[in-house]
Design a protein around this ligand. Structure first.
Ligand code: HEC
Length: 473
């Protein structure tokens, strides 16, 4: 390691000590003003070391980087910034370092070509296009006969038979297709053979607010498909009228069914402080019975003024929700802001902290908080900084990929990645990117054939595909 104590002391004397940072200054500017002279504008290293190569003097944890920036590393010539920069701003610098080095790393990953084999750590894989359509496929799942059900966000529910014949289901609910809203999750009842129920979530327009703006909610319904038509619809959940919002994003909403219970997510709907408010539906994971009744042992059932359906709170926008096939634990992925996407183990009554704690910062590079942890708030099991935009996920339970049994496959929108997570004792011990670049991956499902199905989407062309991953022996 180079020794540049002398240079550093000049900087400290002439420059660094006098810096004041305006509140909410953007991280790019903070870095340029304070750090780039030594570490390089692209963090690539100059007279001080690169911040991209994951070579650290310390243990390389967030804590140790925070300490290095705050207290300096006197004997190496890294000045202390604790007096000049707020704790929040120093937190944004750590996020920025993680973001930039991760982006440099993943830029080297090659995109496979559809229908050509590629290698992953544990299996060789082939891809096959199952279907292609315009619009955004938001969710998909299989019926017991092998038919594939999928939603198009602009408000269509489709069924593709095992022979590949596609039909659009008529009479599905009208959706509020605005921003991130529309027709969202679809899930057949685990007892579909007996009862025929299919669960749908969607954003629903419910009227106008005092300033004459449209308002809406995440609605949860179930119904049946008979003769190509959506029939016998029952409303399972709609939040109380006074909580309906006029924002068009963060609706959630994924389902998971465990026995008689239906879990669903409801994002913060663009009102982040509501995530800590137990009177509102947004920023929560809810639990109801499959028929919409509310279980009396829900954690806030007996607390006055709260919404009785709430199971957990402090959730920003969870768009992945699954039950572990063996332990029956509920797992969710949650979109962070810029940085701090989360994998959470969803446990009754727990506060996941948003927006009081987060590993991320605002999209414009200004701070949200320096806290990644506070008493009474649960840490994620795993977090991604930068955000990969975590979406749908699935524990692999098929017969094809022997070495992937029980691994959790997680789709990413922004980074167009498919992650394979190995979880042991509720900790992630491996996070492998097995596929990158084909498109935004919003949902992942194990097919009855043992293939792993993913949905991919290209924003520019507004085209989506369902792609099957199969094993190459
Ligand atoms: C005067 C030059 C100088 C400036 C300005 C400077 N650094 Fe450093 N920094 C160093 C040196 C020297 C090291 C020690 C590593 C090396 O020898 O290159 C270092 C190390 C670090 C480390 C590594 C800690 C570890 O455990 O390995 C981090 C993180 C870091 N700097 C961040 C920053 C940030 C963020 C800023 C701006 C707020 C900044 N530095 C400004 C010189 C500088």
């Amino acid at each position: 390691m180079k020794t540049i104590n002398y240079l550093a002391s000049i900087f400290i004397a002439s420059n660094v000590m006098t810096i004041t940072v305006a509140a909410n200054e953007k991280v790019e500017q903070v870095f340029k003003n304070n750090c780039a002279s030594c570490h390089g504008v692209q963090l690539q290293g100059a007279m001080a070391s690169s911040l991209l190569d994951n070579q650290w003097i310390s243990d390389g944890s967030d804590d140790s980087l925070t300490k290095a920036i705050s207290n300096g590393i006197v004997d190496r010539g890294m000045p202390a910034f604790g007096h000049a920069l707020s704790e929040e701003t120093i937190r944004t610098l750590v996020v920025y370092i993680r973001e930039t080095s991760y982006n440099a790393d993943i830029a080297k990953i090659q995109t496979p070509t559809l229908s050509k084999q590629f290698k992953t750590n544990l299996h060789n894989v082939n891809t096959r296009e199952v279907l292609s359509t315009s619009g955004i496929i938001w969710a998909m799942d299989f019926l017991p006969d092998g038919s594939l059900l999928y939603t198009l966000r602009h408000g269509e529910l489709w069924l593709q038979s095992p022979k590949g014949i596609r039909t659009k289901v008529a009479n599905t609910p009208d959706v509020w297709h605005r921003g991130q809203g529309g027709l969202l999750d679809v899930l057949p009842d685990p007892d579909y053979d007996k009862n025929g129920w299919i669960y749908l979530s969607y954003s629903k327009k419910t009227g106008k607010n005092a300033s004459n703006k449209d308002i809406g909610i995440t609605a949860i319904v179930r119904g049946k498909i008979k003769d190509g038509k959506w029939v016998e619809q029952q409303t399972l959940f709609e939040a109380p009228k006074q909580t309906h919002k006029n924002r068009g994003w963060h609706f959630g909403s994924r389902f998971a069914i465990d026995g008689p219970y239906l879990f669903f997510t409801n994002g913060d709907e663009g009102h982040q402080d509501d995530a800590q408010n137990l009177e509102t539906q947004n920023g929560k994971v809810h639990r109801i019975y499959k028929d919409g009744r509310i279980p009396k042992d829900n954690p806030f059932y007996n607390q006055k003024g709260t919404l009785k359906t709430i199971w957990t709170y402090g959730n920003r926008n969870p768009q992945g929700l699954v039950i572990h096939p063996k332990t029956r634990q509920v797992w969710s992925t949650e979109h962070g802001p810029r940085g701090g996407d989360e994998l959470n183990l969803i446990t009754k009554g727990v506060n996941y902290g948003w927006p009081k704690v987060t590993y991320g910062m605002n999209y414009d590079g200004s701070p949200i908080t320096q806290h990644t942890d506070l008493p009474g708030m649960e840490l994620p099991v795993h977090q991604w900084t930068p955000s990969i935009a975590v979406a749908g996920m699935n524990f692999y339970t098929g017969k094809q990929f022997k070495n992937w049994q029980g691994d959790l496959f997680v789709g990413s929108l922004a980074k167009k990645q498919l992650h394979r997570l190995r979880i042991k004792n509720n900790r992630v011990i491996e996070d492998e990117i097995i596929l990158k670049g084909l498109g935004r991956i919003r949902d992942v499902v194990t097919a009855p054939s043992g293939e792993l199905f993913i949905t991919i989407n290209d924003r520019q062309s507004n085209q989506s595909k369902v792609v099957a991953l199969s094993e190459v022996k």
